[in-house]
Every structure is written in C-alpha cells, then in structure tokens.
Design a protein around this ligand. Sequence first.
Ligand SMILES: NC(=O)c1ccc[n+]([C@@H]2O[C@H](COP(=O)([O-])OP(=O)(O)OC[C@H]3O[C@@H](n4cnc5c(N)ncnc54)[C@H](O)[C@@H]3O)[C@@H](O)[C@H]2O)c1
Length: 246
Amino acid sequence: MRLANEVFIVTGAQGGMGKETVNRFLEEGAFVAAIDLNVDGIEESDRLLPIAADLTKEDDVEKVFLMAIEKFKRIDGLINIAGIAQSATPIEEVSLADWEKIMCVNANAPFLTCRAAVPYMKKQGTGVIVNIASISMVRPRPGLNAYIASKGATVSLSQALAIELAEYGIRVNVVNPGPADTNMLGQFTSKGTDVEGMKETTFKKSVPMGRLINPNDIANSLVYLCSKEAAIVTGAIFNVDGGRGI
Ligand SMILES: NC(=O)c1ccc[n+]([C@@H]2O[C@H](COP(=O)([O-])OP(=O)(O)OC[C@H]3O[C@@H](n4cnc5c(N)ncnc54)[C@H](O)[C@@H]3O)[C@@H](O)[C@H]2O)c1
C-alpha cells in the first residue's frame, strides 16, 4: 500500500485516465474524492466520495474542497486530470469562444483547484499536486494551437508553484501523457477523419515504443509521484509517452 490512508482529490474521474487513477489510488489504500461534471455510477463508500462539479466555476471548486474536508478531514494530494481536447483546426479558423473554452477548462480549472488546495496543505506542512498536461506541449502536432497553449500554461503554473511551495513541503509535478487510448484521442483529429484508422496509423506510429499509452500507464506514474518514493521530486515534467517527446 503506497498511499495508505492518504486523501486525494482526483478530477476528471469519469474519463479514461481519471477512472483508472481513482481505482489505482483506492487499491493503494488512499481515500479519494472523485470529481467530474457528472458522477453517475460512481458509488460513495467509506473511501470514495463522488462530487459533481464544473471545475471552471469558483463556487463549484469551493464546494468540492468543503465536501472533501468534511468527509476526510484532510487533503494530502490533488490530481488534475480533467480536460478537453481540440479538434485539429487551422489558427485562422479558431474562434475566440473556442480558445476561451479550452483555456478555461485546461488552464483556469487547475489554477482554481490548486489555489483551493494550497491553504489546507500549508496548514499540514505537506502535500502533493500533479497536473496532467500533454506531450503535445513538448512536441506539438499541427492544428492543436489552443489545446497546446492551455497545456503550456498548466506546465508553467506547475513549475511556478513548485518553487513557491517548496518551503512549505508541498510538491508540484506534471505528467505529460503521450497519445492515450481513451475517448479523447479521437477528438484531436480534424472533422470527418476516420478515427480508428488514424489511431492505428498516425498516433501509434508517433510513439517510438509502438503502442498507445494505456490509462494504467498514467495511473501508475501518478501513484509513484504521489508516494513517499517521490518525496524529493518536485517541479518535474514526467513524460509518460513511449518516447513520443524525444
Ligand atoms: N487521451 C490522450 O491522448 C491525451 C494525451 C495527452 C494528454 N491528455 C490529457 O489527459 C487528461 C485526461 O484525458 P482522458 O484521455 O482521460 O480524457 P477523457 O475525455 O476520457 O476525460 C476527461 C474528463 O474530464 C472531464 N471534464 C471536462 N471538463 C470538465 C469540467 N469543466 N469540470 C469537471 N470535469 C471536466 C470530462 O467530463 C471527462 O470525464 C486531459 O487533461 C487530457 O488533456 C490526454
């Protein structure tokens, strides 16, 4: 049990990576508040608290932390997995509304959740935050302009917080997934693309190790970064990508 009795807030809990992460963290002995826009089908237990929230809304984020504290009494970690994709679009066709929506979910929400988590962690003198960005932020694909910018913001925020919070015993790291086998992957293609075909060709071929990343690969990296084994790891950008970023 590498996370025994520690309390984590995991966002994007209904998604491919989020679901797997919630399960892995429970297996490792953690208590988990599982957050998503809807939490239908996630059953509450002594160790698991599902909370429906739109993380782009300040009031919803506040509610998440109040409910988690009420049930579990402390917050040891925050894992920001929630995010939205961008369909590959030439920059001249990206509307301001599209840009703002992507920035709002992928950059504003991690800002709001980090801001809410830090006071609890400072009081405890310990804590860990992991924000999920994307390997496309290291090696961009054409047409993912707003998405990549939003993930760049998340990486910069994470590094800014890593230095700001080190003296309080709070670690902040980033995981950059490579192309992962979840619903989101198909949403990165341009409109009308054969998604399954593109998974087999473009996406798999872009990974030197020759396969898509599984949600479990991401969950395992998160267990490590949140465990005592990573006690001195902060400000790291951890590529879990089969070499896609090289
Ligand atoms: N799948 C990939 O190939 C890939 C690659 C690199 C990075 N990522 C990143 O990994 C993370 C997880 O992706 P995934 O593949 O599991 O995607 P997914 O679409 O399966 O899951 C994302 C989840 O985030 C939730 N969400 C979206 N907006 C929200 C909001 N405002 N409030 C609360 N929840 C919200 C969705 O409801 C969904 O359940 C994302 O941040 C994504 O950008 C994915």
